[in-house]
Ligand binder design. Structure first.
Ligand SMILES: [Mg+2]
Length: 318
């Protein structure tokens, strides 16, 4: 494991390096506080730091304050201050500045080792906490079955994309895609196969869209796709590609070859859409989807080019 030693006194620095190397650490050296902050701010920086209190440029407590003021998305650095000071106010000041622990110079080997051990324990707790938080965030935003955005997340992505689109004067298109006759697929093959079909559909959608588009699970067998900077003309091309990504090659699931199709309802939103309730915009895509179903499935219908006029669409052209 890497450890940073920041110490302006050359002899102390080399002694500490020798000791820590014997302990098995990969030692990184800094000669003053400023250099130490630079090293600790780099990618893949040491997570453990032994910092001398009195140093030129930046002293130990100031270094702690700078490190703790940095963004929380960088990994936590466990900081031990080295002090030759004895008064308890100094120690309090160091800990309040953000140090995790302190050691009085000259350090006793056994004590140094024990304090470093504590540092390791805190860091591994911190790592587990970060990992748990990331897993929770992932689970809260992604669909458990397919791994794509869940309903709440895709809806919030629609909102932010509409805002961005309005700001940048770029159209945003939405596609509501529904697996045709999914109920009978489930009845014929069972729910386990049905689930695998949904996984494969999600995968094909993700492969088909661009990196900055978003694919989410809107409901059971319904998917909502958000296409940024996509006008009506390109929407039709994109929808057709998505439709064909499902219809043109049968799904291979276990030993089964299953042909399925999807129906798509699409709508393109201009600047004005940002002021409309999201429900209205989605209702428009839903109406278009309903029409695609009614016209025989395995096709796309688009609201904004007037194909779903029968149900009185909202005018949301740019
Ligand atoms: Mg010093």
């Amino acid at each position: 494991m890497k450890i940073l030693v920041a110490e302006d006194d050359r002899v102390s620095r080399l002694l500490m390096q020798r000791t820590l190397t014997k302990f098995g650490y990969e030692v990184v050296l800094a000669e003053d506080g400023r250099q130490a902050v630079e090293i600790l701010s780099q990618h893949d920086a040491p997570r453990l730091a032994l910092i001398d209190w009195m140093m030129p440029e930046l002293d130990g407590p100031s270094l702690c304050r700078e490190m703790r003021a940095q963004h929380r998305d960088t990994p936590y650095v466990y900081i031990i201050l080295l002090t030759s000071k004895q008064s308890s106010e100094d120690v309090v000041a160091g800990l309040e500045a953000g140090a995790d622990d302190y050691l009085t110079k000259p350090c006793q080997m056994a004590e140094l080792r024990a304090r470093l051990h504590t540092g390791h324990r805190i860091l591994s707790l911190e790592d587990r906490l970060v990992k748990a938080r990331e897993e929770m965030r992932y689970r809260a935003t992604h669909d458990a079955l397919t791994g794509i955005w869940n309903r709440a997340s895709i809806l919030s992505l629609v909102r932010s994309e509409l805002q961005r689109g309005a700001r940048e004067l770029r159209p945003v298109s939405l596609l509501l895609c529904d697996v045709d006759h999914f109920k009978s697929v489930n009845d014929n093959y069972g729910h386990i196969i049905g689930d695998q079909i949904l996984e494969e559909v999600a995968k094909r959608f993700k492969d088909e869209v661009r990196g900055y588009d978003a694919v989410g699970r809107y409901g059971g067998e319904e998917f909502l796709i958000v296409l940024s900077d996509c006008d009506t003309a390109s929407l039709e091309v994109r929808a057709e590609a998505l439709r064909r990504s499902i219809a043109d090659s049968p799904l291979l699931i276990d030993d089964l070859v299953i042909s399925i199709t999807i129906s798509i309802g699409g709508t393109t939103c201009g600047k004005a859409a940002v002021d409309l309730p999201l429900e209205l915009i989605l209702a428009e895509a839903d109406t278009a989807l309903y029409q695609a179903k009614a016209r025989g499935r395995n096709r796309s219908v688009f609201a904004s080019n007037g194909t779903s006029q029968a149900t009185g669409p909202i005018s949301i052209s740019a």
